[in-house]
Design a protein around this ligand. Structure first.
Ligand SMILES: [Cu+2]
Length: 464
């Protein structure tokens, strides 16, 4: 963002009244934005424009989606219980739309079901919705005209209503919408007619490693609001902490009904708010526990070859099909390497992301909660440096099991694959250097990171 942009936004915010005294901690929508508003005669006025948008699902893949105000999900609407709100909705889509305020208590004519409660908003038209907020909690908005197609294209957003008086201080408040898509390999436009076979699973329309980390300071009270407008439920799991489910789109859950857990199942068409104290530093993953949902562009038509020795078959097939490569003998982690070799254009590798200790082998609905005690802002602090003696370590190396290659690669018959030896063996006696931002790992010599130019630092916590 340029300086000019920041000034413009600061001006916008101050005239919109967002900088005035707030009774709440503003919600952070990772990879997203908050919708500005203007006060007009005691009414908070918001403006949504429904339109086609480009969305970078993850580096290397841009989707032709639909959304609001240039993004999917649309910007988060934030208001306070008791507010009178007017939301203008302009339609720049090629077809009619309407907006339903999911979970919001309002007069029937404002409920947004086209045909039933109102006329459809035709292309080029602007409608106004106006009501007084008489509840608090995590609500959503989405179309209620051709809604199957429009939601599958990315039209959705949060409508968060803060209580008049916050009972306890929330230090970090995040909002994440869960969605699933079918992008045919190589295509940029999602196929909205798919009912079950989705291949892209997203947090706020981003798949890992395109998801922003959730950065918090040690000891902070963290709330994460999850909304699900996809076709499946998503059991969202946290590492390192247990949390309590404190709210749904129906309102607060009374303390007597809360219990500790590490996974919250978010049903379709619902929101769940979770809260915990981030009292253990580190990089803790936060992801959907349906394992295929923490993965990208998976081809479900592949036969299961785990444990099968394919070398012999590959040699035979290789004669007939030049370039044939056996896949998946040792598990799908191998495919991380495959993926880096390039699939169809604009298609994400199934699993990606390089950590300080090697490939992370994840994708999809996956992000990292970064808890730090030494940060002054919420910029991505890079990977966690575990204190010496607190990282799992190698105690013995036995010969590789029969059928296993020497590294992560496959032995194709007619294709020269880079052998495992191309990865330099780790020398435990030597100091290794890494980028403090996590860009380069395990380099034997000091120097500068080729990605960000920062001075490499001796690695800590990786050896006994
Ligand atoms: Cu899931």
């Amino acid at each position: 963002m340029t300086l000019k942009h920041s000034i413009l936004i600061a001006l916008l915010f101050s005239t919109a009244g967002i900088a005035t005294a707030q009774s709440y901690t503003p919600v952070v929508t990772p990879n997203g934005a908050t919708l500005p508003w203007k006060m007009e005669n005691g009414v908070k006025v918001f403006h949504l424009t429904a339109e086609p948008v480009k969305c970078e699902i993850a580096p290397g893949m841009v989707g032709n989606c639909w959304g609001y105000n240039g993004r999917t999900p649309g910007p988060t609407i934030e208001a306070v219980e008791g507010d009178r709100v007017r939301i203008l909705v302009s339609n720049k889509l090629p077809e009619a739309t309407s907006v339903h305020w999911h979970g919001v208590l309002l007069p029937n004519g404002m409920d947004g079901v086209s045909g039933l409660n109102q006329k459809r908003i035709m292309p080029g038209e602007t409608y106004a919705y106006e009501f007084t907020l008489r509840q608090h909690g995590t609500q959503m908005y989405h179309p209620h005209a051709d809604e199957t197609l429009q939601m599958a294209m990315g039209m959705e957003g949060f409508f968060i209503i803060h209580p008049k008086k916050q009972e306890k201080r929330i230090d970090r408040d995040f909002a994440i919408i869960l969605q699933e898509w079918m992008f045919p390999p190589g295509a940029a436009t999602p196929n909205p007619s798919v009912m079950t076979d989705f291949n892209t699973f997203t947090f706020n329309s981003r798949a890992y490693p395109g998801t922003e980390p959730l950065v918090v300071k040690l000891g902070q009270r963290v709330r994460i609001r999850l909304g699900n407008l996809s076709m499946d439920s998503h059991p969202i799991h946290i590492h390192g902490f247990y949390f309590r489910e404190v709210g749904t789109d129906g309102g607060d859950i009374p303390p007597s009904a809360q219990f500790p857990e590490t996974t919250v199942n978010v049903p379709v068409g619902a929101t769940r708010d979770i809260e915990f104290i981030a009292d253990e530093p580190g990089d803790w993953i936060f992801h959907c526990h349906k394992s295929h949902h923490a993965m990208n562009a998976m081809n479900h038509e592949v036969p299961n070859l785990t444990g099968v020795d394919q070398d012999a078959a590959a040699k035979i097939i290789g004669k007939a099909v030049p370039g044939y490569m056996a896949m998946g003998t040792k598990g799908m982690g191998d495919m991380q390497d495959m993926a880096q070799m390039g699939g169809p254009e604009n298609t994400l590798p199934m699993m990606t992301g390089e950590g300080p200790h090697g490939p992370i082998e994840m994708g999809g609905m996956f992000t990292i909660l970064k808890v730090r005690d030494d940060i002054t802002d919420y910029k991505d602090p890079g990977f966690y440096h575990a204190p010496k003696g607190t990282t799992a370590y190698l105690v013995e190396k036995s010969p590789a099991p029969a059928g296993a290659g020497q590294g992560g690669h496959h032995h194709g018959a007619s294709m020269e694959m880079a052998p495992a030896q191309s990865v330099p063996p780790k020398n435990d006696a030597k100091t290794l250097y890494m980028c403090p931002m996590g860009h380069v790992h395990h380099q034997a010599q000091p120097g500068e990171c080729p990605v960000c130019g920062m001075k490499l630092v001796p690695e800590t916590g990786d050896k006994k």
